[in-house]
Ligand binder design. Structure first.
Ligand code: HEC
Length: 151
């Protein structure tokens, strides 16, 4: 008798979860060993977004386009840093990464354009998934530990 009652309850629960499904709730996948917040599909879709909007400055594979991203340019600005886990990006929570992409760097004296009106939240998260997919598991774990997924 108990099981008969449980089955419909489970069905309702799973449909509810699907209806709410957002990129952040897609089932985590195995990168090499660790689970990630995005799916391989998110990262793949993000490649397109990244190529069209970000690669010109950050490099096709988010590796950066200059030899030394820490070296000031002649105009006093800084080049676009790599986003592949070799620079700072992993110090920032997902929310902060998204905020940077929305606002760009111009309000803080930098040169990155704002994408607030150019990309949807979904597209921005896909772009983040794309560059995070280059992070080693060690870097990803360090990011999680710093509160990467905390609000
Ligand atoms: C015109 C060049 C340019 C484009 C296009 C560009 N960026 Fe940037 N980005 C920069 C620069 C330069 C910085 C460093 C801050 C500054 O000077 O604005 C930066 C910083 C960042 C940071 C912060 C990194 C850190 O280590 O703190 C993130 C995240 C980022 N960009 C993501 C993106 C994404 C995603 C896109 C595409 C949607 C994009 N950028 C497009 C030039 C660019």
């Amino acid at each position: 008798m108990k099981t008969l009652f449980l089955i419909p309850a489970l069905l309702i629960l799973s449909t509810g979860a699907n209806a709410q499904s957002d990129i952040l709730h897609t089932s985590p996948h195995t990168h090499t060993a660790e689970k990630r917040w995005y799916s391989p599909q998110d990262a793949q879709k993000g490649q397109q977004v990244f190529k069209q909007n970000c690669a010109v400055c950050h490099g096709d594979k988010a590796q950066g386009v200059v030899k030394d991203w820490r070296a000031e340019l002649p105009n006093g600005k800084y080049p676009a840093p790599p986003l592949n886990g070799t620079a700072h990006a992993w110090h920032h929570r997902l929310k902060a990464l998204d905020a940077t992409i929305q606002r760009g760097g111009i309000p803080i004296g930098g040169t990155m354009p704002a994408f607030k009106d150019k990309l949807t939240r979904h597209e921005r998260l896909q772009a983040i998934a794309y560059f995070q997919n280059f992070w080693s598991d060690k870097t990803y774990q360090a990011w999680l530990k710093r509160g990467g997924l905390k609000p």
